[in-house]
Each structure stands twice: as C-alpha cells, then as structure tokens.
Write a protein of this length. Structure first.
Length: 182
C-alpha cells in the first residue's frame, strides 16, 4: 500500500502498487522496459462506514524489441480486479452475494458510494461465472412447465412485474423432498 487519501465528503482513497517482479514480454519472451504507470480508480468495499476507492497505480511495460508487436502493456491482476472492471474483485463478489439475497442493486450501490451501472455490470459478470461453474444445477429435462407469478407492481403506473419460472415437471422434485427415512 502506498497511502490513504482522506478528504471530507469524498470516499477514502486507498493507493496501491503491486510489487510483483517485472514480467517477461508475453509475445517474444524478452525483457520489458518500464513505461511509467497509470492510476485506475476502482470501487472497493466500504471501510469505517465510508465508501472506499482503491487507486491502483498500474505499472506499464514496453517491449523494446523492434520486431515485436507487443508495444506497451498495462499490468493486470484478476485477484485485484477483472480486466476493465469498475469494482474490485472483492467488492464485486460481495455485491453479487447481496444481489443473490434479493437486495436491490441501487441499495448495494448506495452502500458502495457509486452509481447503479458499475454494480449491475459487476453482478452480471460474477453471477454468470457462478452459473457457468454450477454445472450440476441443470440436468436432463423430461417435461417443461412454465409458471408466471405476479411479483409486485413498480413505478408511477403500478405496472405489474411478473416472474416467469421454468420447471421440469416430469421429474420428482428431488431437491425439495425430505431425505428418506432409515
Ligand atoms: Zn516483445
């Protein structure tokens, strides 16, 4: 960590720079030259009841080989944040857990001190990764049933919000039945 910026009314700014050794060029395997750094501001988990921005001083590298097409590269670290993500990885996972508990995204965004869009994008990213990893969730379907449930009414005109459920009605609901007695 490099330091913490603390201004009244602004999120806490936590400045970091990675100390990982300088990588080799991914294209030609040669030595990279330092090409300065670029500050990237990410929404992080709140601390001390205040929103936090992680200010990542991303190091930049340049391949000096004239025949190499790598050019200048900016370091990445998915443990800190996914590429082009606006939230840190830990803030994104936390926001996804909140959304999974049916907490509205705008409420989660308010706690993080940012707008709705980056939180929603992050929840979609982490949520789809979770769905892809959960391969046991969907098995072969025998008969497909559709069900529509009125979830509530939204907005000025009290428009009806429907939830559509798609259910395999051909199989016994194994997940919901009690365990067999022995
Ligand atoms: Zn190179």
């Amino acid at each position: 960590m490099l330091g913490v910026g603390d201004e009244d009314g602004a999120p806490l700014g936590v400045h970091i720079r990675r100390t990982a050794p300088r990588p080799d060029c991914e294209r030609c395997g040669g030595l990279l030259w330092s090409d300065g750094e670029r500050e990237v501001e990410l929404v992080d988990l709140p601390a001390f009841g205040r929103p936090v921005r992680l200010v990542w001083h991303k190091r930049r590298w340049r391949c000096p080989q004239p025949r190499c097409s790598a050019g200048t590269v900016t370091e990445q670290d998915p443990e800190i944040a996914p590429p082009r993500g606006k939230l840190t990885a830990r803030a994104g996972r936390w926001a996804t857990r909140q959304a999974g508990r049916a907490r509205p995204v705008d409420e989660v965004a308010a706690e993080l001190g940012c707008s709705w869009h980056p939180v929603n994008a992050s929840v979609r990213r982490w949520g789809s990764a979770l769905l892809e990893a959960d391969t046991a969730r969907i098995s072969e379907v025998e008969a497909l049933g559709l069900d529509e449930t009125l979830m509530g009414r939204r907005g000025r005109f009290r428009a009806k919000s429907w939830s559509t459920s798609i259910v395999d009605v051909g199989r016994p609901a194994a997940r919901h039945s009690p365990p067999p007695h022995r």
